[in-house]
Design a protein around this ligand. Structure first.
Ligand code: GAL
Length: 357
């Protein structure tokens, strides 16, 4: 065989190998369009359900998926997104841990024409986001504060009542919005002295709980109770979500407060986590906010498919992400207490009776 023939044979062989490799790649996704789903953590119950819902919905619609949870580790979330880009995802649905840390990887995604759907938490400081699906986070804050105001009858009562605030971390864009919603109602009573904050910790930064972690919230509340409440009672622990609420409740219970008694404080939360519904039933937490993640998931799926099909997703508002007004779909939410949890959560099929046992 001469050199020319040998070269040709080698080229044919190489082409054959490449074809086989490509075919096996296509096989791994069944030739389907792949979508990345990047969730922040499993340490808050909702994200696991969000991830599973979106995966199932997209797969039912004929797409293949890659789902990742980043353990609240920003570097890990960046590498998960890089992996989604490298594996050929055509769209990525992402709930950021810290949106600013994603700006470079979002640029890389955009350069490849990948659609970016910001899920629940707004991707800020970037132009590389196509759509945002969320709940009205301001309303999350106002609903919690309104609940406190109604319970204490703040417009008419003389007080003073002792209050402590526990917010989400500033790295999550939602945290500041929820805080501003709370303050829209509470600030006037803090100013008038009807609500007193013995710790003096008021701002979103001072009251932030790192990673929304239950343990961090519990430790902070223990410190507040030991430091500022040796001679007084806490009347309200306004907490930005359920993990923070349960953490505060654990510290309050350990300090000897009895659920159901007149001096047990009002404790708020959001997400209607299964563990929290039990706390609500037992009188350890006063309320939560139900955000139907099935609706949020469906909206995210609908938007993703619309974008892939070259259409404009249905929106009902915009959210400014410091660079532009991102087209947004805001989903409804509802406050949940001992009185309505059954009709809201069980009758809607979100949880079964079994889940709450
Ligand atoms: C927020 C979200 C909440 C809660 C929290 C902790 O961004 O709005 O629903 O889950 O994260 O993960």
């Amino acid at each position: 065989m001469n050199i020319k023939l040998l070269k040709r044979a080698a080229a044919v062989l190489l082409t054959a190998i490449l074809c086989l490799a490509l075919a096996s790649c296509a096989d791994s996704t069944g030739g389907k369009t792949m979508i990345g789903i990047a969730m922040p953590t499993k340490s808050v119950q909702r994200w696991e359900r969000d991830g599973e819902n979106i995966k199932k919905g997209l797969e039912d619609a004929g797409y293949s998926t890659m789902v990742e949870f980043a353990n609240d580790d920003t570097a890990l979330q960046v590498s998960q997104l890089e992996n989604m880009i490298n594996r050929g995802c055509k769209a990525i649905i992402v709930a950021a841990i810290d949106s600013v840390s994603l700006s470079t990887v979002l640029e890389q995604a955009k350069a490849k024409g990948i659609y970016i759907i910001s899920y629940d938490r707004l991707l800020t400081d970037t132009q590389n986001v196509d759509f945002y699906v969320t709940f009205d986070n301001k309303k999350v804050g106002t609903e919690m504060a309104q609940f406190v105001s109604d319970k204490l009858d703040l417009p008419n009562a003389t007080g003073p009542f002792n209050l402590e605030i526990s917010s989400g971390p500033p790295s999550d864009n939602n945290a500041g919005i929820i805080y501003s919603g709370m303050m829209e109602i509470l600030q006037q009573y803090i100013d008038s002295g009807k609500l007193v904050i013995p710790s003096g910790q008021v701002t979103a930064a001072e009251t932030a709980i790192d990673n929304w972690e239950l343990a961090n919230s519990q430790t902070r509340m223990e410190n507040l109770l030991n430091g500022f409440y040796t001679d007084k009672k806490i009347n309200v622990a306004i907490c930005a979500n359920d993990t923070i609420g349960r953490g505060a409740a654990n510290a309050i219970l350990a300090a000897g407060y009895t659920p159901g008694s007149a001096d047990y404080p009002i404790i708020t939360g959001q997400d209607c986590e299964i563990a929290t519904i039990q706390y609500i039933i037992d009188g350890k937490q006063s309320m939560s906010i139900f955000k139907d993640t099935r609706t949020l998931g469906s909206r995210a799926i609908e938007a993703t498919i619309a974008l892939l099909d070259g259409k404009t997703p249905t929106s009902n508002g915009v959210s400014n992400n410091k660079v532009f007004d991102v087209p947004t779909y805001n989903c409804e939410l509802v406050a949940v207490t001992k009185d309505n949890y059954k009709s809201v959560l069980i009758d809607s099929g979100y949880y079964t009776e079994e889940d709450l046992k």
